[in-house]
Design a protein around this ligand. Sequence first.
Ligand SMILES: [Zn+2]
Ligand SMILES: [Zn+2]
Length: 128
Amino acid sequence: MDKSKNQENCFFCKKKLNFWFTSLKKHKGNKVCSNCAMKIAKKEINESKQITETKVTCVSCGKIWHYGKEEQTENCGNSMHQLGKSMMCCAGCVPALFIPNKQIKDFDKCPDCNSKAIKKEKVIHNVE
Ligand SMILES: [Zn+2]
Ligand SMILES: [Zn+2]
C-alpha cells in the first residue's frame, strides 16, 4: 500500500506536483505542494476536518455501513438532527445509535443479514 511513491498530486489541493512545487515537508506521508505546506504551517488547513473511516459493504445484501473514530459517531448523531448534511456518513452511523454504550461490537458482520461476506475500504471525508 505504498502509494506515496507514485503520488503526483498535492494531497490537499490536488494540484500536479513538480520538482519545484513540491514541499519537502510531507503530510502524514503524503506529498503536498509548497502552497499547502505553508497553509498547514499557518494552520489554514485544519487537519481535523478530514475524517478517515472504513466503509464496509456487505457482499450478500449490498448494505453499506461505516465505522471510524468515536467522535465521528457523535458528529454524525448531531449533524443528523441539524442538517442531515453528511447523509453518506449518517446512513452508516445509524446502527451505532441503537447500540448502548457506544459498543459497536462486530464490525466484521453485516448488521442486516449477519453475513460475513463483507468488503472493507478506507474512505476519507472532508468535513466542512
Ligand atoms: Zn496543494
Ligand atoms: Zn448483508
